[in-house]
Design a protein around this ligand. Structure first.
Ligand code: F6P
Length: 505
């Protein structure tokens, strides 16, 4: 039986600190404002507004040592089978870094670099082809990463290819996507690791017919045979591998849309940023390791303080899709109720991750963050240097970012109970010098590594996702019934609901 991690020491610290406000903790130890901070290249992180103190941090780092986090991180890079339920390594680091000498990691890195060379050639072909628009068809890990990066970094005034992302099986999505496009000037990229995903195959078939021929049909897949059988010419299929999880795959040819939108050079800068974070996470001692701090903070909030929510708040319009990306990365990776050996998880694990964009959300759900009964720890993400000619706006944005973290932490008293701000609402601040491909690569790789370290501390597999399969199977079983075919439907509620859907048949 896998040992349930022992969080009792953490809870003892939480109990010790229960009557000391966060504001007081900071007043008692002002040096924590700079001591609880780390910088890795252009990425600065400050944890001073988390509700722990130095003794609690000692206990957290002791936990990381007991869980042999350093060894586990090394194992990830070395291509050890960390995804034991599927018998696979998780070598996304090999897509951008060359930090391991094991044969399996070297081979993976070699294949990744060869794929990049092919991708560069295909990008050049498409850039010179008269194509103006690209539709990227994929879902989950085959969509969210490229969609986020393109949205964050594409210069809207550039004359480069226009990217459109199509994920949902809802026919309204495909209809909207093609409404304004000319099939003769559009290329379609089908991205699916398995090439068996219902949404992608249905949308892909519609677009293949809409294109009229397959000359501008491309694919990225680990299942080249299926992609070829679908009608994609082998020279237009880029590879993927079972040693890359979908949600960790934007660094592979899954990032083809990124390279098409930004150019191959900027795609490689993104990889270089992730590689800088890889090198840091692999080499830095636990205390100086940003991913470990971030992961331990998550454990503290969940297992010592019992927080069931975690917000991610981007104070940069260009990062508005970051919460969507992180929801899959974190919750598909960590949303497990059994340990690696199958024994039950008896401690709380992943909280619900959600978020939005500042300052918009200050005028929507921030009321509850300030005064609601649920305390929601938050990651605030800001960018120091703007890339637009409106300095007044940027100063206001940064002032709001600082103000919210301060107000949430410190609160404010009042004689009027309605006007009391209780404070004690923790946050981490992540600040990028600028939103470059390099910096974004670092930020995303930080979250990947933090998720992995959390999985080690919770003893769960960060790389499988069996939880999503049952719904897919039931949907396939119900499809004939939705079509109106007379099939047996055992579930009485589903039977009634089908009666409503089919009542006009
Ligand atoms: O349904 C979840 C999932 O399996 C994700 O893990 C994956 O990123 C997504 O579907 C898409 O899968 P594929 O790339 O095989 O189409």
């Amino acid at each position: 039986m896998e040992a349930t991690p022992d969080f009792s020491a953490l809870r003892a610290h939480a109990a010790r600190l229960a009557d000391t406000s966060l504001k007081q903790l900071i007043a008692d130890d002002p040096a924590r404002a700079s001591d609880y901070a780390l910088r890795v290249g252009p990425l600065y992180a400050n944890f001073a507004r988390q509700r722990y103190d130095r003794a609690a941090l000692d206990a957290l780092f002791a936990l990381a040592e007991d869980a042999r986090v350093t060894t586990a991180v090394r194992a990830l890079f070395d291509g050890v089978v960390v995804n034991s339920t599927e018998g696979r390594a998780a070598l996304h680091t090999a897509l951008r870094s060359d930090l391991s000498q094991t044969p399996v990691a070297r081979a993976a890195h070699g294949e990744a670099m060869a794929a990049l060379t092919r991708m560069r050639a295909l990008v050049a072909t498409l850039h010179g082809s008269g194509v103006t628009d690209i539709v990227s068809v994929g879902i989950g890990g085959s969509d969210l990463g490229p969609r986020l990066v393109v949205d964050a970094l594409q210069d809207p005034s550039s004359t480069a290819l226009r990217l459109h992302f199509l994920s949902n099986v809802d026919g309204a999505a495909v209809q909207r996507t093609i409404a304004s496009l000319d099939p003769a000037r559009t290329a379609v990229v089908l991205i699916s690791k398995t090439f068996g995903t219902q949404e992608t195959l249905l949308n892909g078939a519609i677009l293949r017919n809409w294109l009229g021929d397959d000359i501008r049909l491309y694919a990225v897949s680990a299942n080249v045979e299926r992609a070829a059988a679908f009608g994609v010419a082998p020279e237009r299929i880029l590879p993927m591998w079972d040693w890359v999880g979908g949600r960790y795959s934007l660094w592979s040819a899954v990032g083809f849309p990124i390279a098409l939108a930004l150019g191959m050079d900027r795609f490689e800068q993104l990889l270089a940023g992730a590689a800088e974070m890889d090198a840091h996470v692999l080499a830095a001692p636990l205390r100086d390791n940003l991913a470990v701090w971030h992961a331990l903070t998550a454990i503290w909030n969940r297992n010592a303080l019992g927080r069931g929510n975690q917000a991610v708040l981007s104070y940069d319009e260009r990062l508005k899709l970051l919460p969507n990306f992180l929801q899959q990365l974190v919750m598909e990776s960590l949303g497990k109720s059994v340990h690696l050996d199958g024994s039950p998880v008896t401690e709380a694990s992943v909280p619900v991750w959600w978020g939005g964009i500042g300052t918009d959300v200050q005028h929507s759900f921030f009321q509850a963050l300030h005064q609601g009964t649920e305390i929601v720890p938050a990651d605030f993400i800001g960018v120091i240097r703007a890339d637009h000619p409106h300095p007044g706006n940027h100063q206001a944005l940064l002032a709001n970012l600082l103000a919210q973290t301060e107000a949430l932490a410190n609160g404010q008293g009042s004689d009027d109970p309605h006007r009391i701000y209780p404070g004690d609402r923790p946050s981490t601040l992540l600040l990028l010098d600028a939103l470059t491909p390099h910096g974004l690569g670092m930020l995303l790789a930080l979250y990947e590594h933090s998720v992995y370290v959390q999985s080690v501390l919770w003893g769960v597999n960060a790389f499988d996702q069996f939880g999503v399969e049952l719904g897919k199977q039931v949907a396939n079983r119900l499809l004939p019934a939705v079509r109106g075919e007379s099939v047996d439907v055992a579930d009485p509620v589903t039977r009634v609901l089908l009666g409503q859907i089919n009542r006009d048949r």
